[in-house]
Design a protein around this ligand. Structure first.
Ligand SMILES: [Fe+2]
Length: 428
């Protein structure tokens, strides 16, 4: 396991100055920036043509993997190549549809039993949608039985291990994470009712914005790009990624390294009903990083990046990338959706949505020092029913009846929170 400095960095005092200095350094290191950028653009353009061709042929751009194949270790090399190429995947039948539908009902019972409608004080942050319903679209609920049952299940563990193994986790002389051990990363649920009209969520990437250019650890992650060597850049090499600590104070901050962000469907969803899309090209991050170095971008600008907000992908600077936008295929309750932590993604808008759009966010967060540190901090939040540190301090569930308790943790659940695994009778 590598050792990292767990101190969260502060934003530079002079951000424009830091951006100008970075651009000078990178240009010197890259050499002919336009030539490298052209090489990246050619690669992306070929990938987009392939995506467009697949769509024209009626093929699924998103690799679709059957859970049984993951459990049996029989996912084909061609399917693995497809996930490496596209950076995302659907796991069909990850959980039985009936199980997922029962979880959805159980979540409703949990919030109703605890009078959430009257307790709800409005959004604790402004990151997600802008619906003004009495209930939010994103529920700031972390410790329900369905969420914890899914998180500590063998089925979740086998998919997380499979996905973690797609990364090169031993490189540059270090083991960057343990793919077979998961750290709990509690996140929220989304329940979007029929009839919803929503603008969706614009294309963006998670896991840091300004950070990707200014943090020394990210400079190491992208060292080959900064050396002007696009061929050597491997989006699946975990080297130095677990050393990244995002700037403090952002509403979008994620304290964990996620090999894949993900969610598990709690309702059937049709692809034309305001669902998730990605730009399924992991190396598109190379384009995003180098685009601001070209001469048509102000010297202190990073194509619209704003401190403490997600990294925006827009038509003005990234129109080529946005041509690759690809919606998930239709999913059933119990299927799960996964995307690489660099992947551009967003949520398509919808008018008068048909059917529910319900998900539990559960990522793949393998054991490394950074993730262990955060999961251990979540253990005390869990025991008190409080909101985890990466989220607004809303703490709705503290007094709630029916909250999942430490007595209900199985061995895997205790391990993922770094609680003492030898004392299953531990009381709350
Ligand atoms: Fe996101």
């Amino acid at each position: 396991m590598n050792t990292t400095n767990l101190t969260q960095p502060k934003l530079p005092n002079d951000i424009p100055g830091a951006i100008r200095a970075m651009k000078q350094e990178w240009r010197q290191s890259i050499g002919d920036v336009q030539a490298v950028f052209d090489e990246i653009t050619d690669f992306i353009a070929r990938e987009i043509e392939d995506i467009e061709q697949a769509k024209a042929n009626g093929e699924s751009v998103w690799p679709v993997i059957d859970y049984q194949d993951i459990a049996a270790g029989s996912v084909s090399p061609a399917q693995i190549d497809a996930i490496h190429r596209r950076g995302c995947a659907v796991v069909k039948g990850h959980f039985a549809r009936d199980t997922a539908l029962a979880w959805d009902r159980s979540l409703v019972e949990y919030v109703e039993r605890n009078d959430f409608d009257n307790q709800y004080r409005g959004p604790g942050d402004n990151f997600f949608g802008t619906l003004t319903a009495s209930r939010p679209e994103i529920y700031p609920i972390y410790w329900s039985a369905p969420q914890m049952e899914a998180r500590q299940s063998d089925r979740m563990a086998s998919v997380q291990s499979f996905l973690n193994q797609l990364w090169k986790f031993e490189s540059a002389g270090k083991v960057w994470f343990d793919p077979d051990k998961n750290c709990l990363y509690p996140d929220r649920v989304r329940r979007r009712p029929p009839g919803t009209t929503s603008n969706g969520l614009g294309a963006h990437t998670d896991s840091g914005a300004l950070e990707r250019w200014l943090l020394p650890a990210y400079n190491q992650v992208f060292r080959h790009l900064i050396a002007g060597n696009f061929d050597a850049y491997d989006p699946w090499d975990a080297a130095y990624r677990t050393d990244v600590h995002e700037y403090e104070g952002g509403t979008t901050l994620c304290s964990a390294f996620r090999t894949f962000q993900g969610w598990t469907a709690l309702s059937d969803m049709q692809r034309d009903q305001g669902v998730l899309f990605t730009v399924p090209i992991p190396a598109a991050m190379a384009y995003i990083l180098l685009r601001p170095l070209l001469n048509d971008v102000a010297e202190d600008d990073l194509c619209g990046v704003t401190p403490r907000l997600v990294l925006p992908i827009d038509e003005k600077w990234h129109s080529l990338l946005l041509r690759g936008k690809t919606l998930i295929p239709d999913v059933q309750a119990g299927d799960s959706i996964w995307w690489h932590s660099d992947l551009i993604h967003g949520v398509e808008g919808v008018t008068n949505q048909q059917g529910w759009g319900n998900v539990m966010y559960i990522p793949a967060t393998p054991a490394c020092e950074k993730n262990i540190h955060y999961a251990a901090s979540c253990a005390s939040r869990f025991e008190r029913g409080e909101s985890p540190d990466d989220f607004p301090s809303e703490h709705y569930e503290v007094e709630w009846r029916g909250r999942f308790t430490s007595r209900q943790l199985n061995t895997r659940g205790r391990q993922s929170l770094f609680l003492d695994v030898s004392s299953p009778e531990r009381q709350q």
